[in-house]
Design a protein around this ligand. Structure first.
Ligand SMILES: Nc1ncnc2c1ncn2[C@@H]1O[C@H](COP(=O)(O)OP(=O)(O)OP(=O)(O)O)[C@@H](O)[C@H]1O
Ligand code: SF4
Ligand code: SF4
Ligand SMILES: [Mg+2]
Length: 315
């Protein structure tokens, strides 16, 4: 039920080039409130004097900077390798097409291979196997990394280009940019907002995290997806806590969530009630903890920030 990858695998996966606490805000299900929690956690921490590097790793749907009203500028284009077949060198042997798992290269006997760019993963296998060095290096932009600042808060966000599928590579680029920035400036903590689900871009978003906060709703669907994300987090060897958002929904199944958390040696660290002012804070481009600091939800998030800060040494 609870497989754990070998210790050296998780150690290598979670190794990071900077000594900075990293907290990932995640949750299997879409729309549970990950971004709301992440943004408000960041605001609560900056509000208590912490220097925060905030990373939006939800590259399919990056909204955190908008919710926060952070102006963004382009930091880098995320590119992958694409093969450029050199007509003068290629003899049509077909070895590149044989080695191409996503079938981005198709060989018709005796002819030079045809290339279907949208299928290419950029793995470079074709270039490696070509016996005549007939494959040159091209590049394709699949996404962007943006940067921004607002007061003491620094922001880095990934964005997948429309119609591109390789979101994990964009997340990797955003995380690398964040780790690089963390080496050149002084931060107390990095907070990462992830996509919903448990696929490879979420795995990349979790890379290097010291703590994962799994945000869930107290519903049967929330419980189902919580199980999936806790399983992934535990496989990756990352400590985690559960945050129940919209905890006072009618029929809320807090006990069920608690049992699932316990089955992974985990616990509920905070319950956040439904709060209609969240919508107003979205419209205002300001976090709830700033616009409505006295609401029950804002106070729960402030307590969450405090609890997280105590869990491990956020400087
Ligand atoms: N405690 C809450 N009370 C009321 N509304 C909430 C609460 N938490 C989140 N919401 C609302 O739920 C919606 C989804 O929230 P949010 O974008 O934070 O979820 P998400 O998990 O990041 O979604 P996605 O999976 O798409 O990234 C938003 O409209 C937000 O305002
Ligand atoms: S880079 Fe990889 S996926 Fe792309 S064409 Fe070459 S072998 Fe196929
Ligand atoms: S492996 Fe090289 S030489 Fe052979 S078909 Fe591909 S590009 Fe041409
Ligand atoms: Mg989100």
């Amino acid at each position: 039920m609870n497989p754990i990858l070998m210790e050296h695998v998780t150690a290598s996966f979670n190794a990071k080039p900077v000594d900075l606490p990293v907290i990932a805000v995640t949750g299997g299900k879409g729309g549970t409130g990950k971004t709301s929690v992440a943004v408000n956690l960041v605001a609560a921490m900056t509000g208590t004097g912490h220097r925060v590097l905030f990373v939006d790793a939800d590259v399919d749907s990056p909204t955190a900077a908008i919710v926060f009203g952070i102006p963004q500028e382009l930091a880098e284009r995320v590119e992958i390798f694409v093969p450029r077949i050199l007509d003068t060198k290629c003899n049509g042997c077909g070895k590149c097409a044989e080695s191409c798992r996503p079938h981005a290269l198709i060989q018709i006997a005796g002819k030079q291979p045809m290339f279907f760019e949208e299928l290419c993963s950029g793995c470079e296998a074709c270039k490696l196997v070509c016996p005549l060095q007939a494959i040159g290096e091209g590049k394709r932009v699949i996404g962007y990394v943006h940067r921004g600042t607002r007061g003491d808060l620094s922001f880095i966000g990934g964005e997948l280009k429309p119609n591109e599928a390789r979101s994990a590579q964009v997340v990797t680029a955003a995380k690398d940019a964040a780790f690089a920035q963390a080496r050149t400036a002084s931060y107390d903590v990095m907070i990462v907002d992830t996509s919903p689900g448990t696929h490879c871009n979420v795995v990349q978003a979790l890379r290097g995290a010291d703590l994962a906060l799994a945000v869930t709703e107290p519903t049967p669907l929330g419980a189902h997806d919580l199980t999936l994300i806790l399983r992934l987090i535990s496989m990756l060897g990352i400590p985690s806590k559960v945050v129940v958002n919209k905890a006072d929904l009618p029929g809320a199944q807090i006990q069920l969530i608690s049992e699932i958390a316990n089955s992974y040696g985990n616990e509920i660290i905070m319950q956040i009630p439904v709060d209609k002012s969240l919508f107003e804070s979205y419209v205002a481009g300001e976090p709830l903890v700033t616009t409505h600091p006295n609401t029950a939800a804002a106070q729960s998030i402030a307590k969450l920030a405090d609890a997280v800060t105590r869990l491990f040494p956020v400087r």
